[in-house]
Design a protein around this ligand. Structure first.
Ligand SMILES: *Cc1c(COP(=O)(O)O)cnc(C)c1O
Length: 379
């Protein structure tokens, strides 16, 4: 009998790929080639092909992917960058670190992603980039965002940290904007054995610049053309990730199956019908898209969220609030001058969201236990 369900169980995943991963690690150990080199190049080619982008640059983390992407676009002090307030902190943090100003735009409550209709009003002559975040595994509404971007001449960086492999009208995450960023933090759908990230682009000039930025701006040793950083991905991580990438679509299918299972169970119990909870809303389906939502998180909106969370925790069910405080209300961004009420949809989401375990190795018995405990709470 199931009596606990963790939020994520990386050991269960590792058991299924142990031998493959360990032989890839062994190859790196035998070659003693740790910095860039063949393993990194192979993984970059794999992710570019998988995502439908021309170029890929492996970097040290998702955060560094976003930071290097902004540097590649020459974002400078005083510039403004538009993004969503309902995201992981890194999206806003990297803007501030370049002494640029994050300018937030409210979300579409159905998808939790930036509302394209509200972006233009936030544009000023200082706007240097727009960063839509593809939150929880579903892409932002990219068509209107790209139309606006091209009309105003403002480049787009996709924050695809949670959405590698997600599809929007037949195109994959990271391949639509001028730049696309991934995180391979262990809890993302494609997780490294540590920190790692990647930047995609279809633009040769941006690709060349990113490769320079990754190695302190040096085209050859000790000749520094521009100021960059150490943004390199480890060859060991690239080797592990290249093995795991082959399984990613099957894992995404597993997450989708689990999400569908929850959707059906909550509807059958009448919980969605009477508004106790709202299940995720996949919006941008196109025929043939298999992964219009890859469920990095299965995030419900719940009446009495905090008490439900306590109830689930007491039943040893892992669950989490992503994210309790939108970026515009974070203490470190107080100088930006946003007040509560500035972004009602983001604030409402922050007060209602709860992410449930959805990782592919969940059994039906585990999902049934989660569902039963939620039904029990609202009974
Ligand atoms: C995880 C994440 C990042 C940062 O990635 P790291 O690899 O942890 O640095 C950025 N944006 C979003 C939306 C994320 O979920």
């Amino acid at each position: 009998m199931v009596t606990n369900v963790p939020m994520l169980d990386l050991k269960a995943q590792y058991r299924t790929i142990r031998d493959e991963v360990r032989s890839a690690i062994d190859e790196v150990c035998e070659a003693q080639y740790f910095i860039l080199g063949p393993k990194v190049e192979a993984f970059e080619r794999s992710v570019a092909a998988y995502s439908g982008a021309r170029f890929a640059v492996g970097v040290s983390s998702g955060t560094d992917a976003l930071l290097a992407a902004l540097m590649a676009l020459d974002v400078r002090p005083g510039d403004e960058v538009i993004t969503s307030p309902f995201t992981f902190f890194a999206t806003g943090g990297v803007i501030h670190r370049l002494n640029a100003k994050p300018v937030f735009v409210d979300i579409d409550p159905a998808t939790f992603n930036i509302d394209p209709a509200k972006i233009e009003a936030a544009v000023t002559p200082r706007t240097k980039a727009i960063i839509p975040v593809h939150l929880f595994g579903q892409m932002a509404d990219m068509d209107p965002i790209m139309t606006l971007s091209r009309r105003l001449g403002i480049p787009v960086i996709e924050d695809g940290a949670q959405s590698i492999g997600a599809e929007y009208k037949g195109r994959r995450c990271g391949s639509i904007g001028d730049l696309g960023c991934f995180s391979f933090f262990p809890s993302k759908n494609l997780g490294a054995f540590g920190d790692a990230g990647m930047i995609l682009t279809n633009d040769q000039a941006l690709y060349d610049k990113l490769k320079l930025l990754r190695v302190h701006g040096a085209p050859s040793t000790y000749f520094h053309k521009i100021v960059g950083g150490n943004f390199r991905i480890d060859a060991l991580q690239a080797a592990v990730l290249d093995v795991k990438l082959k399984h990613l679509d099957a894992w995404s299918d597993g997450r989708k199956k689990n999400a569908d299972y929850y959707d059906r169970a909550f509807a059958a119990a009448g919980l969605t019908g009477r508004g106790a909870i709202k299940t995720p809303t996949p919006v941008y389906r196109a025929s043939g898209d298999r992964h219009y939502h890859i469920y990095n998180q299965y995030t419900i909106q719940a009446e009495n969220r905090d008490k439900l969370q306590a109830h689930l925790k007491a039943a040893s069910i892992g669950c989490a609030v992503y994210y309790p405080i939108p970026l515009h209300l974070q203490e470190c961004f107080a100088p930006l001058g946003y007040a509560p009420g500035a972004f009602p949809a983001a604030e409402k989401a922050a007060g209602a969201v709860l992410s449930l375990p959805v990782y592919p190795e969940l059994t039906d018995e585990m999902k049934d236990y989660v569902v039963a405990k939620i039904i029990e709470f609202y009974a």
